[in-house]
Design a protein around this ligand. Structure first.
Ligand code: TGC
Ligand code: FAD
Length: 388
């Protein structure tokens, strides 16, 4: 706990409940002991060890804010605090947890049948089964309504064809939640790994989010039983409702990545000496540290406010957009500034800063680009939709 205490400038700690602090401390200790020692190498090697999924399940963070079916049923705020600590480790780690809990598990929990929930959720909560969420396609990103992946009925079965792109956990997933157009609107399908006609291919040469698997999904006339559809979802509202959940986790996570960069900059600033004194003793560096601390604390307060609204059942999608836009932009600013404070050392994987900076380039793009969130806010302010 103490490592981050001076950085909690506005004493957000004091307005958390004991339970929230306990959960936060448990996740922070897991990241410190289990993730930080290896993350630089994993990022370098472009992998995240699969055994971490089981460990995250035992930690209780997979689908942790969902009720029943083996999920922990915590508050949204507690889930957010966990995302903050996970992303202070690495955005790839938080992505795994977001995709598992807020996208794949949430989709089943919110839109699935009792049978689907019992089949998948307990194993996914325990980290025994991994899920992915396939919405984006090569030609359909910000505008998911233009998706081409299509499913048609064939007797009692469905035949699903198309491609999904940039899918986190795609090749490691035991079940893919795939969204497709049908004659009955946009519907979600649960596609188990190994289904004939379904394959996943990893995307290589990424310079961002390297400690995370990102894949293309190919669906070639995949035959699925009628029980594979999520019965509750029949329009774009199905997948978009899941995005609200994952974006909420990112609002918190971005504050965590920023905090890690600030911590590295404060530490470096007080130990690195030039011109006879610590560089943190020069006014121009102190101004950078002060502004970074302001951004980290403001982002954390914004996340906490949205968490309290969500727990009260009052959080609106455009408010989540404001949080995602503001906190990811702030985190990018903090990461870029911290990188400069660290001088040449800042460009290596010996320090966390450039890894976070590179990761945040994905975070600002996925789950709705900064532009998309600005347009959501603009639409809420003016009543005029400027997407098209
Ligand atoms: P529009 O006509 O406005 O709406 C279509 C239907 O959806 C409903 N809706 C929502 N429902 C719940 N939550 C929201 N935030 C919603 N926004 C819209 C709407 O009420 C309507 O429902 P119904 O029942 O009347 O049909 O849709 P549009 O086509 O104009 O699009 C709006 C827009 C641009 C905001 C949306 O398409 C969007 O958010 N685009 C960005 C796409 C995106 O974020 N993709 C993310 C893919 S997943 C991912 O990136 C995972 S990253 C991995 C990780 O987290 O680690
Ligand atoms: P485009 O939509 O083509 O946008 C390109 C540029 O145009 C952007 O700057 C954008 O802001 C701008 N633009 C687009 N529309 C407008 C407009 N109306 N007005 C003004 N500007 C506009 N997707 C999933 O479904 N599941 C996943 O698990 C997943 N994981 C991902 C993991 C990583 C590492 C990455 C990088 C992406 C992942 N994605 C995933 C995809 C992600 O959601 C998309 O990249 C994102 O929605 C943007 O789509 P696009 O990349 O096709 O960009």
């Amino acid at each position: 706990t103490s490592a981050a205490a001076p950085l909690d400038f506005l004493s957000v700690d004091h307005v958390l409940s004991d339970e929230e602090r306990d959960i936060r401390d448990t996740v922070r200790a897991f990241v410190r002991d289990r993730v930080l020692p290896g993350i630089g190498d994993w990022f370098d090697q472009g992998r995240l060890p699969r055994e971490l999924v089981g460990e995250l399940g035992r930690l209780g963070v997979l689908g942790m804010h969902l009720e029943g079916y083996g999920c922990a049923g915590t508050s949204a705020t507690a889930y957010g605090l966990a995302c903050l600590e996970l992303e202070a480790g690495d955005s790839g780690l938080r992505s795994l947890v977001s995709v598992q809990g807020s996208l794949a598990m949430f989709a089943i929990h919110r839109w699935g049948s009792e049978e689907q929930k019992h089949q998948w959720l307990p194993r996914m909560a325990a980290g025994e089964a991994i899920g992915c969420f396939g919405l984006t396609e090569p030609d359909s990103g910000s505008d998911p309504g233009s998706m081409r992946t299509y499913a048609r009925r064939d007797g009692d079965d469905w035949i699903l064809s198309g491609r999904k792109m940039w899918i986190t956990n795609g090749s490691t997933a035991d079940v893919a939640v795939v969204w497709a157009r049908t004659e009955e609107g946009v519907r979600g399908f649960l596609v188990p790994k190994g289904t004939k006609g379904f394959s996943a291919h990893d995307i290589h040469k990424k310079l961002s989010l390297r400690a995370s698997t990102t894949s293309e999904l190919v669906l070639d006339e995949v035959r699925l039983p009628s029980s594979a559809t999520l019965p509750g979802a029949t329009s774009l509202r199905g997948p978009l409702s899941c995005l609200n959940e994952a974006r909420f986790g990112i609002v918190w996570g971005a504050a965590g990545a920023a905090r890690a960069c600030l911590a590295a900059a404060v530490d470096y600033g007080t130990t690195r000496t030039q011109f006879g004194k610590p560089i943190g003793g020069f006014q121009i560096q102190q101004q950078k540290l002060a502004r970074m601390a302001l951004e980290v604390n403001r982002a954390t307060l914004l996340a906490l406010h949205l968490g309290r609204l969500k727990d009260a059942g009052r959080l609106r999608p455009e408010q989540v957009s404001m949080g995602k836009l503001g906190n990811v932009d702030a985190a990018l600013d903090v990461a870029r500034t911290a990188r400069q404070v660290l001088g040449a050392n800042g460009i290596t994987l010996e320090y966390p800063v450039m890894r976070h900076m590179a990761n945040l380039e994905s975070v600002v793009t996925y789950e709705g680009t900064a532009d998309v969130h600005a347009l959501v806010i603009g639409s809420a302010l003016t009543g005029i939709d400027a997407f098209r």
